[in-house]
Design a protein around this ligand. Structure first.
Ligand SMILES: Cc1ncc(COP(=O)(O)O)c(C=O)c1O
Length: 386
């Protein structure tokens, strides 16, 4: 499978590692790194290869991706004249089985445009616990669309009974429940994949109650690889879908929001309203097209690396619920506060995030290979041990 062993990206990362001492001497910590690291916060030991497991967004474009970007045919996309953007939008819409696609700068904007199109002010959006739109979109649902959120079930994934329980009855003093949004894979649930049968039952219940349906598929590509389903199969039945090119796929920026022609026409107007009418943006769309072609199948490697990481941590005495490690995210439950562990981990040369006061999150990606992940796990174990 593509990407097993040292990928073009791995080699690029190692080249950065060789440069690391020089970069420190030059006082450029922002450039220091290995395995896709951006050592942005605080100081890091010089000449140490850093393993960056904070997120699958820390990857750097490969040489081949940069070449595709440099040679992209472009035009003014506000006039609808960028052929590379058109190609990306058509390709992603086709993959997802939707009529049209809209290139947007981020997954956040994709989700926010969907809420704007599907809802009116005062409406309610049903989401699972830990939803990205509730936690990490700067309150955009309330600020931009004027909606509030209702949480269905526990743990991120929910069933049709939980959806029905979250829908408000219909009377003038209730908010109007107009949209249900699912997240697949679910970030705060540790990269969990929705069982397709459960999705279908939730969608049927939503349709029966007249709700619109949105899929936050920032990591839908991971869900497809893990479940051996096509993007169209996993997106079937949703009115709109956001997918990202800048997470596991390794593009520097970009997401695509897909749906019917009417839906995308309305989203296009809101995109311009929010200031994201972009010009010769085919240089970025080209990175997305390259990522779709070359970096999708290799997500299986990231999943295998996450499992190996989880097993190594468990063998070392840490608490990880192995049943939840379905894709590229590993959640580690601590008996102590996360913050001092994060600091010790950084000093030891591994970067991870905190997803709770006593919970760490490690994410595998294109710029960490099996050896880097093993090294990261060893360092994390010593950091937790203190
Ligand atoms: C599930 C989910 N949705 C949406 C987003 C937002 O993507 P972006 O960072 O491009 O705005 C993320 C980002 O990590 C995510 O994990």
């Amino acid at each position: 499978m593509e990407g097993v062993g040292p990928t073009a990206d791995g080699l690029e990362a190692q080249a950065v590692a060789a440069d690391a001492p020089r970069l420190v001497e030059q006082g450029d910590p922002a450039q220091l790194g290995c395995f896709g690291v951006h050592a942005r916060h605080g100081s890091v030991p010089s000449a140490m290869t850093i393993v960056d497991l904070r997120s699958d967004t820390v990857t750097k474009p490969t040489a081949a991706m940069r070449a595709a970007m440099a040679s992209a045919e472009v035009g003014d996309d506000v006039y609808g004249e960028d052929p590379t953007v058109r190609r990306l939008e058509e390709q992603v819409a086709g993959l997802l089985g939707k009529e049209r696609g809209l290139f947007v700068p981020s997954g956040t904007m994709g989700n926010q445009l969907a809420i704007l199109v599907h809802c009116k002010k005062g409406d309610e959006v049903v989401v699972g616990e830990g939803s990205h739109s509730v936690w990490y979109e700067s309150g955009g649902g309330a600020a931009l669309a004027g909606v509030q959120f209702a949480i269905a079930g526990q743990g991120g994934l929910f069933d049709e009974a939980a959806l029905l329980a979250a829908i408000k009855p219909s009377d003038y003093y209730y908010p109007r429940t107009s949209l249900v949004a699912l997240e697949d894979t679910h970030n705060r649930a540790g990269g969990r994949v929705w069982p397709r049968g459960q999705v279908e039952r939730v969608l049927a219940a939503a349709r029966a109650r007249g709700l619109a349906t949105h899929l936050d598929g920032a990591r839908l590509w991971n869900a497809c690889v893990a479940s051996e389903r096509t993007p169209a199969e996993r997106a079937a039945g949703f009115d709109s879908v956001t997918v990202c090119l800048s997470k596991g796929l390794g593009a520097p920026v970009g997401s695509v929001l897909c749906g019917s022609a009417d839906f995308v026409k309305a989203a296009h107007r809101y995109r311009k309203m929010l200031g994201a009418g972009m010009r010769q943006v085919g240089v970025l769309a080209a990175a997305g097209l390259h990522a779709l072609e070359h970096h999708r199948a290799r997500l299986a490697d990231d999943h295998a690396h996450a499992r190996a990481l989880a097993e190594q941590l468990v063998a070392g005495g840490l608490r990880v619920d192995l049943a939840t490690v379905e894709t590229n995210i590993v959640q580690i439950d601590l008996d102590v506060d996360a913050d001092p562990v994060l600091a010790r981990a950084r000093a030891a040369g591994v970067l991870v995030g905190a997803s709770g006061p006593r919970r760490l999150r490690a994410v595998t990606h294109l710029d960490v290979d099996a050896a880097a992940v093993r090294l990261g796990a060893e360092r994390l174990l010593s950091a937790v041990a203190g």
